[in-house]
Structures are given as C-alpha cells and as structure tokens.
Design a protein around this ligand. Sequence first.
Ligand code: NAD
Length: 486
Amino acid sequence: LSRRARREADAAPSTAPATIRARVDGARAAFARGASRSLVFRRAQLHGLRALLRSHHAELEEAVAADLGKSATEFRLTEIFPVMSEIDEALRQLERWSRPRRAAVPLTFQPARARLVPEPLGTVLVISPWNYPMQLLLAPLVGVIAAGNTAVIKPSEVTPTVSGALARLLPRYLDAQAYPVVEGGVEETTALLEERFDHIVYTGNGSVGRIVMAAAAKHLTPVTLELGGKCPVWVDDAAHLEEVARQLAWAKFVNAGQTCVAPDHVLTTPDLVEPLVAALRRAIAAQWGQDPSRSPDFGRIVAPRHLDRLAGYIEAADETGAGRVALGGTVDREDLYVAPTVLVMDEPDSPGAARTEENTPAVMREEIFGPILPIVPVGGPDEAIAFVDAGEKPLALYLFAASRQVADAFVERTSSGGVVEGACLIHVATATLPFGGVGESGIGAYHGRFSYERFSHQKPVLRKPLVPDTLALMRPPFSQLRGTLM
Ligand code: NAD
C-alpha cells in the first residue's frame, strides 16, 4: 500500500458527544475540589509525563513516523527534547515561580504590605495541530500543569496515529480525571468549544483561530492563539553564503517544511540569487543526498490534500511564468513526497504594495507550509523592509545581514513574533524566551516561566492593619482636605 493510500484509509479518531461532556465536567470537578493545586500533585504529574515519554519512546516514534514520515533523530530533536526541557525547567523552577512576590506600596497607604500571589486559572482547553503533534500538545500542557490547572486535551485528527497513542497513554501517566483527552476533528472541537473553560490555548491556522476566539468570547474566556504566517528571511551576507544556505536548508526542509517558524521565503538582492541557489543545492545534497526521497531523514507531507496544494505552487511557477523552479520540483503523489524545492521569483514591481491575486502568485500570498522556498529579488534592505511591512506580521523574521546597521534597521522597522540573526528556529527551543506571535501570527506567548505566567492569574493581595486608621482623610466630611488636592 502506498503512503497516500494508507493515509486515506486511516480512520478518523473521535470521542462520543456524551463522553466529551463527561470529560469536561470531570476536569472541572477535579479543579473545583482543589486536586491540581498542590505543588506535590503538580510535580507528580510532570514526573508522570516524563515517565510516559521515557517508557513509550519507541511507540511514539513509530506513531509520528506513520503520520509524518519523521526520522528517529528528528523525532528526538523536535518532539521529545523540547517537551523534556520544558518539564525539567518547570520541575527545577516550580518552587520559585509559585512563591508570592513582594510589591511596593506607596506612602499614601502605609502602613501596608502587598504581594502578588499566583493562582491557577481553572480548567484549560489545549487544542493542538498536526505538524509537531506531540510537542505542540505537550509543551503547553507542561505550563498548564505547572500553574496548577486541570485541562482537556485535544490532539489533531490529521495525525490519527499520534492522537490514538496519546489518548491511550496519557490517562495512564496523568490523573485521568484532571487531564482527559478528547479526540476528533471539527465536530468534536465545536462541541468542546461550546463548553465553558477558564483559558483556551489553540495552536494552528488563523481561520480556526478566529472560530476559537469567537467561541471563547461567549464565556469571556481568555485565549492564547499560536498561529502561523509567512516568515521572511533577509540575506545580504555575500561572504558567508555557504553557511547561510546550510542554516536555511535545514530550517526550511526539516519536517518537510511543515513548521510554523520555518523560513517561508527569502528576500535578497538580484546579484546574490544565483550564488544562493548554488549554495542551497550543495547544502541540500550535503544534508539529504542527491535524491532526498531516499534519505531516511527527509519527512513526508501529512495528507494528500496538503500535497495537492504544494504541487499546485510548483505547477503554477512553471506555467504562469511568475517565477521558475531553480531546484527540485519533483512530486511523488503516492509517496506524499515533495522534493526540497527552490523557486526564483520575479522582482516585485512595488515591494511595499498590498499583495493581491492580480499582482502576486498564491505561493507568495499563502503560508507555504511545505518544502518550497521562493527567493524574491529586491533592490536592497529598504525594499525588503517595505515588503515585510506590506504583509501580515509574521511569527518569525530571520536575518543574515553583513552589517549590524542593516540588521538593526529590520528589528526597528518591522514587527514579528520574534527575530533570529545568524540562525533559524532556535529561539523556539530557548526556554528563557517567550514564544508567540503578534497580530495575525497570534496572541500571547508561552514556554518556561512565560507559560507559568500565561496560565496563572497574578493576584494582588494588599494587607493593611485596621489600626491605626490612616485612611480617615479620604472619608467625608472633606473639610480638612479641601484645597490640598491638585
Ligand atoms: P490542524 O488542521 O491540525 O488544526 C488545528 C486544530 O484545530 C486541530 O486540533 C483541529 O481539530 C482543530 N480544528 C480544525 N478545524 C476546526 C474548526 N472548524 N473548528 C474547531 N476546531 C477546528 O492544523 P493546522 O491549522 O493546519 O496547522 C497548521 C497551522 O498552524 C499553520 O498555519 C502553522 O503556521 C500553524 N502553527 C503555529 C504554531 C505556533 O506555535 N505558532 C505551531 C504549529 C503550527
């Protein structure tokens, strides 16, 4: 059976409506009785999650390989390692994060003491996508648990093997009532979204992000939306094109390009286009060999419908003359394989203009989310900045600039979820930094301490002795105050 046929035959995972209701009620009841609040409980859950990843490593690796063709090493690097480091950081810091913090009290209200007391929000709904089906489910969950919440966990139905494995394993390692799993797609998620939660963390595309936010508004539920977009790259470091190409090739083609922070397209000057294509050719061959379809380290496209969309970008480049295929371009529909592909686009007439169907091909309007890298020649950094600013605010911006001034100009004059200079993707694995988008790329950031704060309420508690009564002046009659206030 071909990979395509197998994926088409996969049964859609689903949890029955009555069970969904019961699981949400259970998670809420567990929170209401205070089950998830103690640090001892939180630690036990985090240790449970770690034990799950250790004990079922092989099974999970196979599930991710079945759904995404991900190699064992890539699985370790991108699914296990980031979750383990979130768990370790939370276990190390939990005590410190949970300690109330002193806050200053102005003289007017002295004597008094104030502190910020972190408290859990309640029951959190975690909805995750298919592209890193374990990491993007479990990394937010670590923060949710650390902050003392209960949660309902909804894996993506697009990766059904991983969804099934996690639905089976999580209840064995976590408190099953406090952290139930609900499986399914649109129907089941719609049912979940009718329920009342205290926070919703959603990772996925912006159209569904809007659905989630609208549903949350009905209950006044706060949301964290981790969305996507087109992450641009600026390259002008002519002296280091080999190094740049090695970084770009890895970041773009890991997980077959299905990464929210993958470089989407490259902006560079016309003179560097051909040298960069040549360097990318060498970088691709060095990482995945002459024929990446035979490399055990090159992933596959998650589902036929996504493959068809990607094939459409390549065909359009060939047919319409809006750009050309410079590298790769091969598609094997049965194997759900798209070769690492580089397109060289035409120079935009007006880089700062809004991109419409008339003036821009689909590959430069939509988030690519596959192993296709367009290179767009522009006049220089100012044009590139105008180009970035004319699009929606991206999740990440990558800079390979020869001069500090140019890099700083991008940082100052563009807006994005984050910026990395001299590398790609690594900010996501830096637990000391908040990870999230801005504008169209998302709302709210998490990871490490930022997760803990995102999923807690920092409650100010002000304590003032009743005697002496220093507030007398604030009460009427105001005869003593008259004339003393501005
Ligand atoms: P997806 O299709 O798995 O959908 C995400 C979740 O939304 C799933 O759990 C799915 O069941 C649910 N869903 C789908 N349609 C729904 C509907 N109509 N109503 C309610 N729920 C629904 O994943 P996707 O959206 O294709 O994921 C890819 C996108 O996610 C890309 O845009 C990517 O950039 C973005 N992404 C962002 C991050 C980040 O951390 N910011 C990480 C990964 C992916």
